[in-house]
Design a binder for this molecule. Structure first.
Ligand code: F6P
Length: 376
């Protein structure tokens, strides 16, 4: 399906759709608001598609959005459109006669985009959502992508919105844990999100004064971790803070995964590392150790100023991208400007992980923070 173009070769746009897919992230509403306002100001109609790609083939899931619908949402967490991290139209899972059946619903998506008269769709999501958007673009659906994830692991952009808020939440938790850890002379092990990338752990760990930071990019050795903890107690710093990314793993070991009965979810759920590390520390050092998992708290709350601004810039830039006919592309941050990159290039399923020569890692090591590895 081709969007009609005017004499200048620019697409003729009357109506666009907006959808949010994957795990929610603070700043989603800022993107929606900016995109809706910018589109309405061009005289376009905007349709909000509910619950990710599900809303593109299930009836009654699309609703016209007005300026009133987006008033007051800039500071709100979550997404007014709802989302899901199970909705892949190419492998749609449904229950038939008590059994899970996988169906390809992409043809239905195409049909309903036509039926709704959408000249373009803004797909806001992380790697999973944008991979689906890329496949839809290959089928001729006029999509533009906006990168979202608290994990900050989306290639092609220096940072995603949602990440700054998640790091702030984790840092705030570390600040709070310092006083209880010190009062009880305990070691606290805090598990943060991030999937296969250690951005949240690294940056909250450094900003929150952690003693040990465990990230997926650097497999760790429990002997090294325990030695660092013992050193602290020997120096009469009678407590320690360990931040563990959910995807961190011991050298030669595996990532910690959680069993779940949620058959529709495409990806494995990570988790459990903090409890394991805490038990190892307590068993090996005899020091009282506790663990906690910050979990979905990191996805909630008001977006920080940074995320509101980035979300707003992304939302407005997505509309400019549509006006320029930049379908199959994703807006991205290349400081100081917002640019765009082809979805084919970035939505590949390969996460953007922390480079080992990142200056934050070097600075942390210089200050004595341990990553649980042996460094000469
Ligand atoms: O990708 C965002 C994220 O929050 C990850 O950090 C985490 O592993 C996962 O999603 C949790 O997914 P769910 O929402 O299914 O619990």
């Amino acid at each position: 399906m081709a969007t009609r173009a005017n004499r200048a070769g620019k697409p003729i746009i009357r109506r666009i759709g907006i959808s949010t897919g994957g795990g929610d992230a603070p700043g989603l509403n800022a993107v929606i608001r900016a995109a809706v306002k910018s589109a309405l100001n061009r005289g376009w109609e905007v349709v909000g598609i509910r619950r990710g790609f599900d809303g593109l083939f299930k009836p009654g899931m699309a609703k016209k959005l007005t300026a009133k619908d987006v008033a007051g949402i800039l500071t709100m967490g979550g997404t007014i459109l709802g989302t899901t991290n199970r909705g892949n139209p190419f492998e749609y899972r449904t229950r038939v006669g008590g059994k899970t059946v996988v169906k390809d619903m992409s043809g239905h998506v195409l049909q309903s985009v036509r039926k709704m008269g959408l000249d373009a769709i803004v797909c806001i999501g992380g790697d999973g959502t944008l991979q689906i958007a890329r496949r839809l673009a290959d089928m001729g659906v006029p999509v533009v992508g906006v990168p979202k994830t608290i994990d900050n692991d989306m290639p092609g952009t220096v940072v995603t919105f949602g990440y700054d808020t998640a790091v702030s939440t984790a840092t705030d938790a570390l600040d709070k844990l310092h006083s209880t850890a010190a009062s009880h002379q305990r070691t606290m092990v805090v598990e943060v999100m991030g999937r296969y990338a250690g951005w949240i752990a690294l940056n909250s760990g450094v900003a929150g004064g952690a003693d040990v930071i465990l990230i997926p990019e650097i497999p760790f050795d429990m002997d090294v971790v325990c030695k660092k903890i013992e050193d602290r107690y020997r120096r009469k710093r009678n407590f320690a803070i360990v931040v563990a990314a959910e995807g961190a793993m011991p050298a030669g070991g595996k990532m910690f995964t959680r069993e779940h009965k949620d058959t529709g979810r495409q990806e494995v759920l990570l988790g459990g590392i903090a409890q394991w590390v805490a038990e190892e520390i307590q068993n090996r050092t005899g020091r009282e150790t506790r663990s906690l998992v910050l979990g979905h708290l990191q996805r909630g709350g008001h977006p920080t100023t940074f995320d509101r601004l980035l979300g707003t810039r992304f939302g407005a830039a997505a509309i400019r991208l549509i006006a320029d006919g930049g379908f199959g592309r994703m807006v991205c941050l290349r400081p100081p400007t917002i640019d765009s990159v082809s979805l084919e290039e970035v939505a590949t399923g390969k996460p953007r992980t922390v480079p080992l020569d990142a200056d934050t890692i070097l600075s942390a090591r210089q200050m004595g923070i341990s990553f649980g590895d042996r460094v000469e």
